[in-house]
Write a protein that binds this ligand. Sequence first.
Ligand code: ZN
Length: 140
Amino acid sequence: MRCKICGTENFDDAKYCEKCGTAIEQTKVVDLYQEGNRNKTGFATASMVLGIVSIVFSTVLCCTGVIGYVISLITGILAIIFTIIAWNTSKRGQAVAGLICAIFGILFAIMWIFFAYFAEDILKTYFPEIWEQIQEQQEW
Ligand SMILES: [Zn+2]
């Protein structure tokens, strides 16, 4: 077991470096931690991809309707979960990009769902003139 501080080769079962006294067990734990984080970088990339899917379905592909919004919400929520998992990895930039895309994707999806199901009734009830104008505009 090589000491991380001074490079001295110690016995494998040594608890402290015989030259500088650094705790060997501790550096071993850090190694496992870093190894675990390396394995999580895939979540950062997945977060970014899912975030982009989320924002694409709630903006460019909003014509796909309810299915698109549901896809947008699911991928957005997954992207946020993956961002949390990948937060302490070297690919945090991708995780953050995924998080930002996911937040906008979810917001747009909720906004469209709101318009699709509630705004129509609100307009019809309280602003019938605006509703008529919208209907006329949609006829093209
Ligand atoms: Zn040492």
